[in-house]
Write a protein that binds this ligand. Structure first.
Ligand SMILES: *[C@@H]1O[C@H](CO)[C@@H](O)[C@H](O)[C@H]1NC(C)=O
Ligand SMILES: *[C@@H]1O[C@H](CO)[C@@H](O)[C@H](O)[C@H]1NC(C)=O
Length: 602
């Protein structure tokens, strides 16, 4: 047995082709009995993708922040390649993550569709990443990778029943999932509710519901003059009960139970979650995953709950930063990043592991806590923020790659790149090929990262707000320029009265521009001075070219089921992930932990 080792930069495809040729030559001349194989695992690097939630590009030392301490992330940049023009496909969690996972604009999977709601609001809703989407995890899994996701998913769970898991990470190519199918959310912070007797609380709630539903039914029946008899009364009662359960408790009483939960694979292991310890448990899970899989190629997607509000910063970091509770949380996240990188280094996997760090979208600067404290990330010089259509601040994020021995260290790349580029890049590294039956919008970054190519493969990048195209970025071939045209921009929140984070795309929340507002991002990255035919001689030509790009892009769009239709975003009790019997969902991981540890091989 002899193996052909493919040199650096050669893909497995090439390897296989070479192998085939060699096999044909050698094996057809029957004098030689030598067989040649390509062992995928010799060439497939481990992939560790680290994603922060709501982190701004201005929140990190290596991106110019001098007063916050992020030594571990800075070190990744020092030892690797830092992207300064790295763009999220959407300014919001769910659509941005959908396109990250699929390498496609979220509009292609129906994950950004322009209804008032643009993120999933319940774990018990039927929307989510459609089953026919092919994530990078699915492809790497097929090519011998052990695939794990730790942390936030936020791409849906079920479609029709509580256990179909149609949108769940395990249905999208992950062998292992530990984390929250939802996101960190305000409701996850325990209020004054007692955490000692959650079951008792549930009984009290249930009794209250029964009484209220009964009263409501009597009132409505009396008012309409309808008299129910026998089983019809029971049906009517059930209708009122679920109306009440759906509206009242999902909003007030049980939201924490229903959205803040921890799953291991398909099992709910903690409900409601204990967010105080969740991040620590997640990092422990990540380190165990790396250790378990150190002998084979693995993909780990570490999807932090940091630095989304509310903050659950551990004591060690509370009050230590110069930037209040937000800064503490950023510095704590950096520490967690360090834990993961150290574990890779200590296991001797550094040169075999590509590490990527990014944020899912920009920070939400004006997010302010109850005591007036800033709770949102800082987007540096960039205008706009999370949720806002088009402006750079909502979509320009940190992006760092480290892979010693394969990528240069300390290199900075200013070319426009996208979070969607991770998809083709890691699929190629795994020796796999891209799906041929669909449009992939991401571009392989490897040559750019290595310095073999100077230019990004993106000529156009399109920026959506819901299903509406809000801005276009044009990087003309053969020029350094990057132009950006806004078809519409958000009105101020105070002006429009809309909560831009989830509700900022429809006509009343935005101002339309015709001709589109044009900026020269190279000279004016803060998008402060819109160009005019007077200030920019090429004004009309640029608009013509951008229109051409948009037309070509539109031709590639097809209509797909909308994942954020009202029907898909509403809470449906029968889809609610739950441990115990619904609606008495409640369990604590500790019990499950101890029973699990008795299972062999766990
Ligand atoms: C550093 O980050 C903090 C926290 O977001 C922010 O308040 C501060 O303005 C940033 N400083 C610089 C120089 O960017
Ligand atoms: C990893 O790569 C670096 C940079 O090329 C090299 O200096 C180092 O010796 C390599 N380490 C191992 C264990 O191969």
């Amino acid at each position: 047995m002899r193996q052909i080792f493919c040199g650096k930069g050669r893909t497995m495809d090439l390897c296989r082709k070479l192998k085939n040729i060699v096999v044909i030559i050698l094996c057809s001349s029957s004098t030689l009995m030598m067989c040649v194989t390509c062992t995928e695992t010799d060439h497939q690097p481990n992939i560790v993708l680290i994603m922060a939630d709501d982190l701004g590009i201005g929140d990190i030392g290596c991106y110019g922040n001098t007063t916050i301490r992020t030594p571990n992330i800075d070190r990744l940049a020092k030892e690797g390649v830092m992207l300064t023009h790295h763009i999220a496909a959407a300014p919001l969690c769910t659509p941005s993550r959908a396109s990250f996972m699929t390498g496609r604009y979220p509009i292609r999977s129906g994950m950004d569709n322009g209804y008032r709601v643009r993120v999933l609001m319940f774990t018990g809703c039927s929307g989510g990443l459609p089953k026919n989407e092919i994530t990078f995890a699915k492809i790497l899994q097929k090519h011998g990778y052990s695939t794990g996701i730790i942390g936030k998913w936020h791409l849906g769970v079920n479609c029709e029943t509580r256990n179909d898991y149609c949108h769940h990470p395990l249905s999208h190519g992950f062998d292992y999932f530990y984390g929250t199918p939802f996101t960190n959310a305000k409701d996850c912070k325990p209020g004054k509710q007692s955490v000692i007797f959650p079951e008792f609380q549930a009984i009290v709630y249930l009794a209250a519901e029964v009484i209220f539903a009964g009263l409501l039914m009597l009132l409505v029946l009396k008012w309409t003059g309808y008299i129910c008899v026998g089983w019809k009364c029971i049906v009517w009662f059930a209708v009122f009960y679920f109306l009440l359960l759906g509206s009242w408790h999902s909003v007030f009483g049980f939201l924490r139970h229903w959205n803040c939960l921890v799953m291991r694979d398909h099992h709910v292991v903690q409900q409601p979650s204990n967010p105080e310890t969740l991040s620590t448990r997640m990092t422990k899970e990540a380190l165990e995953f790396i250790e378990r899989n150190q002998k084979r190629p693995f993909l780990l997607f570490m999807s932090f709950l940091h630095v989304h509000t509310p903050f659950f910063t551990t004591k060690t970091f509370v009050g230590k930063s110069n930037h209040g509770s937000y800064g503490d949380n950023v510095e704590e996240m950096d520490w967690h990043v360090g834990q993961i990188v150290n574990s890779i280094n200590n296991l001797g996997l550094a040169n075999k592991t590509l590490i990527y760090f990014a944020s899912d979208h920009g920070g939400s600067r004006d997010s302010v806590g109850i005591n007036g404290e800033i709770e949102g990330g800082w987007n540096g010089i960039y205008r706009g923020k999370k949720g806002h259509a088009g402006w750079e601040g909502g979509i320009r994020v940190p992006g760092i790659f480290r892979w010693p021995g394969h990528l240069p260290s300390g290199r900075k790349i200013d070319e426009p790149t996208s979070l969607m580029d991770i998809y083709p890049t890691i699929i190629d590294l795994a020796g796999a090929s891209l799906p041929q039956d669909r449009v992939i919008d991401g571009r392989n970054l490897m040559q750019l990262l290595k310095g073999d190519l100077e230019r990004s493969a993106h000529e156009f990048l399109f920026h959506y707000c819901g299903n509406a195209l809000s801005a276009v970025r044009w990087h003309p071939k053969g020029s350094d320029a990057v132009w950006k045209a806004h078809l519409f921009t958000p009105r101020s929140e105070a002006d429009s009265g809309y909560h831009m984070d989830i509700d900022g795309c429809h006509d009343e929340a935005v101002s339309h521009h015709n001709p589109p507002l044009l900026f020269d991002l190279l000279k004016d990255p803060s998008e402060a001075n819109p160009l005019s035919p007077v200030t920019e001689p090429l004004f009309h030509e640029i608009h013509d070219q951008i229109r051409r790009g948009v037309e070509q892009h539109r031709e590639t769009l097809t209509s797909v089921p909308l994942q954020f239709s009202w029907n898909n975003v509403l809470w449906k009790p029968w889809l609610q992930p739950c441990c115990g019997s619904f609606p008495f969902c409640g369990c604590s991981e500790d019990n499950i932990e101890s029973s699990k540890s008795q299972e062999p091989g766990k």
